[in-house]
Design a protein around this ligand. Sequence first.
Ligand code: ADP
Ligand code: MG
Length: 388
Amino acid sequence: MGEGRGDVADRATAGFRQRYGTEPAGRWAAPGRVNLIGEHTDYNDGFVLPFALPLRTVVAAAPGPDGRWTVWSELDDEPVEFGAEAADEPGRVDGWAAYVAGVVWALRAAGLDVPGARLAIASDVPVGSGLSSSAAIESAVLAALVDLGGLDLPTERWPRLAQRAENDYVGAPTGIMDQSAVIRGVQGHALFLDCRTEEVEQIPFDLDAAGLAVLVVDSRAPHRHADGEYAARRRSCERAAATLGVAALRDVPTADLDAALARLDDEETRRRVRHVVTEDQRVLDTVALLRAGRVRDIGPLLTASHASMRDDFEITVPEVDTAVEAALTAGAHGARMTGGGFGGCVLALVDVDAADTVARAVADAYAERGFAAPGTLTVQPAGGVTRM
Ligand code: ADP
Ligand code: MG
């Protein structure tokens, strides 16, 4: 996972020098993120609890010719250049550079005078694994452009702008979680986000002090029908909320769950609703334990979340189920798939000195089943976007 290619900030600087033959004016970094708990709760107006990762995307940048942007990423040989006319029309810049043009577009749409710029991007965040390399690139570019232009844009507004870049320019329908975690993350904390009110609270999540770590396993499972299945889950939740006469499933209190389920006439919908309502409760319970400093005790909630995603929401695949089982058998305190499902990553709460053993157990279980070798990485909650 992003290892063995030299320091990411050095790579961004070297890329800048090589492409543009001059020194960058500065470097800006934004992390990837994982969601500790709270899956498919976001579009049900519920709760999520992500944290920022120590893996980062770094943008080296300097002012460029007025009204033009040139961007190079180590993922691609060729730099991409565009002007205001392309940035102002969603879809005109496509491919990976759309994430950059989208940020220019969102800033301009907010009435800000975005400076022309040259950018070079390097990243240790695995792309397309569910660790939000997309929010990382958007947020690092946003920070660079705000600083270079001396733009008056308080950081509270950054998540919404970065999200607009992804939703409206790139055309990927995502919620506000990724950008919030990547921009507002604080070291040693998880971000408790109420997806209805967009209120956030920093929750102490000091793994290090508790002798714990989170092991992140990239399942490397190909995303099978993820888009269609996601849309189907969303529809099912919206229909159930309408039947129950609530604005969103977040409005079904845990105490009323059985009564609500009795009002739904098909078994599949009942299972979908049960996942969302119990998952919201698990987020609240996790937050309560963390506030009380009982980090290790959140393990069973993580594992229960996985069972709910596997049995009720039906969004797991054999690779992620295998990783969770192997991690638990090898001594993890709790483990779950993280992200939208049908592949992506698994996280496991482990004692620091057991991390290697658990990682090896997962790799062995994969080999036994003939799955492609998983990526593994041990993390602690890191800080959000910064100027370096
Ligand atoms: P995730 O956010 O889970 O990594 P997404 O599909 O949301 O997956 O976003 C991945 C896309 O974001 C990539 O396909 C690419 O277009 C863009 N992207 C992310 N990081 C970079 C980067 N360092 N350089 C260029 N494009 C990037
Ligand atoms: Mg993404």
